[in-house]
Design a protein around this ligand. Structure first.
Ligand code: ATP
Ligand code: MG
Length: 151
């Protein structure tokens, strides 16, 4: 289905405006892709991906932090990034975050709910769109999840 990428991503991000406001987290959407650029995606599935990434970012970012969703060009792809200033993910855990049921520090995350399936599902969805997803993170500094969708 052909949909306008930027307005769709912006709407998905804005769903979290109230949650972010209550947490005093600065949630922003930025893009240098034109508003009328269309992508062939399953909008509901990509919404599931972005929703999980923003939900994760907000849950792991303390008060006064920032979560930024950005959309930029990367060759023939749209690069969509969700960056936070949160607790980060331990370096040794990074290779496993996309595996089913992975949760960093079980004792800590159990209290924050979630099943540990969101990122595994996100990777499946992005790959089904002929894209890919990756993560970089520094403990106590923050995390960035990046996924690419073909334009
Ligand atoms: P679900 O998404 O199924 O409700 P979940 O959020 O725990 O549960 P995932 O979205 O797959 O599962 O994330 C897996 C784990 O990766 C999280 O439990 C958390 O430990 C870690 N994680 C994910 N995103 C971040 C982030 N932005 N900052 C810090 N840790 C993160
Ligand atoms: Mg999640």
């Amino acid at each position: 289905n052909l949909v306008p990428l930027v307005p769709v991503l912006e709407r998905m991000t804005q769903k979290f405006a109230q949650v972010a406001k209550e947490k005093h987290v600065d949630l922003r959407f930025v893009s240098n892709i034109e508003e009328d650029v269309m992508v062939n995606i399953d909008e509901d599935r990509i919404e599931q991906v972005l929703t999980n990434l923003v939900d994760n970012a907000l849950r792991h970012t303390p008060i006064e932090g920032a979560v930024t969703v950005s959309a930029t060009y990367a060759k023939s792809y749209a690069k969509i990034e969700v960056r936070d200033t949160g607790i980060g993910i331990p370096k040794d855990d990074l290779p496993y975050v996309f595996e089913r049921f992975y949760k960093a520090d079980k004792a800590r995350t159990r209290s924050k709910g979630g099943t540990g399936l969101g990122l595994a599902i996100a990777r499946n969805i992005v790959e089904a769109h002929n894209g890919n997803i990756a993560v970089t993170s520094v403990e106590k500094e923050g995390t960035a999840f990046t996924f690419y969708l073909p334009l």
